[in-house]
Write a protein that binds this ligand. Structure first.
Ligand code: DMJ
Length: 493
């Protein structure tokens, strides 16, 4: 609670500071304006009061997100401590596997830390070091545990500097590595954390090749290229199987390297492959990945992008011909404006964000799967997902346009309206009826609450967007901690 109060006090003092600087500016220049033109004075007054209103609103929203994070976290501790996920309606818990892996706390750590909730973050760190044992006889989904557990632990190490956390991260990655021992280098779907046995030869592209960021960070801190090299081999194995027109499919056999499905898209099942090409290049300076990104982004715009009823969509196409085969998209696709903005393409980023924002507003939340030509959901659930909020945050940073601040303010209103429970927040089964499910996914802590908080507290300057890169699970890493010359050596590129 002390840390929570500290965080609120910190936000308030920054805001007061910003506001008082603003007042000095107004006082200094106000008298000049009065002598020259009273109209200008009036408009300055109204701008000042708009700015003050914005600061008050931002302050209230940031405080509220911290308070709601704390409330949800306390409920996790009360009803689900030691387990993977809080079930907020039944006030109980769920685990992903036969034994829990403590996924919510590991995912929550980097958010609690960025909000200044230090005591709560420390509690997780202590538990990880003292009590967490990954030597458990369970088959884990390699993609999901990479982004949540390995990414979460590495971020915890970066923030805490606790070498024992890095040991845990390395231990976990060593248990993942057997999965990469396939004919193509693309990992299998499952790996047994105790025995190293693997299974599941059919994976989607996100599961095949979204490892370079976490594995790169681990190689950097351990000075052992094994991890990054395994991840990069998987990425190149996917890219090297592109068609003559530069497109990849979406499902692949990890042993034969044959495409199981030749649909090309940026939707769920592919998304983070593209994300990690560009972000890993930015973080480590590996130009091979930049080359892959450069060769990939052109065909995405050329074949997938289409204007439908005045909105920009990225549909599904045939990887060989580029012909459109489906207008079914997923809410995960709303990650793309953020990635476009990061790579410097603000024009497409803004247009595509408008598309997603309009879809959200059509229902009040987004449906998981949607057909933009039939204009109806194929799967109407909303699982507290972050992507549209993440993209609004990036666009607010890059453009400074209050439209993106307002987007997140209104998404947050809707989340409170439809997903809030007496103890936390929960997923929604159908955005047409707003019937609730009994599940609060771990990424609600890691991503959704974090991006809301960072949007509403941006003006405080406490967190530097430019100094950080976020994993696909929103774990933040400081770019200044990575020396790219050393990275080339430690990662082996
Ligand atoms: C998160 O687990 C990750 O961002 C993943 O890459 C895809 N999206 C989910 C949340 O929607």
């Amino acid at each position: 609670m002390k840390a929570y109060r500290k965080s609120i006090t910190r936000i308030l003092s920054k805001l007061i500071n910003t506001a008082s600087k603003f007042t000095v500016f107004t006082v200094m220049f106000g008298s000049i304006l009065f002598c020259t033109n009273s109209c200008i004075q009036e408009s300055t007054k109204s701008n000042n009061s708009k700015q003050e209103n914005y600061l008050v609103e931002a302050q209230q929203l940031a405080e509220e997100v911290v308070a709601e994070t704390m409330r949800s976290w306390q409920s996790y501790k009360q009803y689900a401590w030691g387990h993977d996920v809080l079930a907020p309606l039944s006030k109980s818990h769920k685990d992903w596997y036969a034994k829990p892996l403590y996924i919510s706390p590991i995912d929550a750590y980097s958010t609690l830390a960025v909000m200044g909730l230090d005591e709560e973050a420390k509690m997780i760190e202590n538990y990880v070091v003292d009590s967490l044992d990954f030597n458990v006889d369970i088959d884990a989904k390699i993609f999901e545990v990479n982004i949540r557990i390995l990414g979460g632990l590495l971020s915890m190490y970066e923030i805490s500097g606790n070498a024992k956390v890095l040991d845990k991260a390395r231990d976990f990655a060593d248990r993942m590595l057997p999965a990469f021992n396939t004919q193509t280098g693309i990992p299998t779907y499952w790996v047994n954390l105790k025995t190293g046995e693997t299974k599941g030869d059919t994976v989607n592209v996100a599961e095949a090749a979204s490892y370079t960021f976490e594995m790169g960070i681990l190689s950097y801190y351990t000075k052992d290229p094994t991890y990054y090299q395994a991840a990069k081999k998987a990425t190149m194995a996917v890219f090297n199987r592109r068609s003559d027109i530069g497109l990849i499919g979406d499902v692949i056999d990890v042993q034969s390297g044959q495409w199981v499905s030749k649909q090309s898209h940026i939707c769920a099942g592919v998304d983070s492959y593209y994300e990690y090409l560009y972000k890993s290049y930015l973080m480590f300076g590996d130009n091979d990945l930049k080359e892959v990104w450069d060769q990939s982004i052109g065909p995405i715009h050329q074949y997938m992008a289409e204007d439908y009823k005045g909105q920009l969509w990225y549909g599904r196409v045939d990887m060989e011909t580029g012909a459109h085969v489906s207008s079914v998209v997923t809410l995960y696709d709303a990650f793309f404006p953020a990635l476009l903005a990061l790579s410097g393409d603000l024009e497409h980023a803004k247009k595509y964000q408008n598309t997603w924002s309009a879809l959200w507003n059509k229902y009040g939340l987004e449906p998981m799967v949607y057909d933009y030509k039939k204009e109806q959901p194929n799967y109407p659930a909303y699982d507290l997902n972050p992507e549209i909020i993440e993209s609004a945050y990036y666009l607010y940073h890059f453009t400074g346009d209050s439209i993106y601040f307002n987007m997140n303010a209104s998404f947050w209103e809707d989340i409170k309206k439809y997903c809030k429970t007496d103890v936390a927040f929960t997923s929604v089964a159908d955005v047409q009826t707003m019937e609730k499910k009994d599940y609060m996914p771990t990424f609600f802590f890691a991503e959704t609450l974090k991006y809301l908080y960072l949007t509403f507290s941006m003006h405080t300057g406490e967190f530097s967007f430019d100094n950080h890169l976020f994993t696909t699970e929103a774990h933040q890493f400081n770019r200044n901690h990575i020396n790219q010359e050393a990275a080339a050596e430690y990662l082996g590129f």
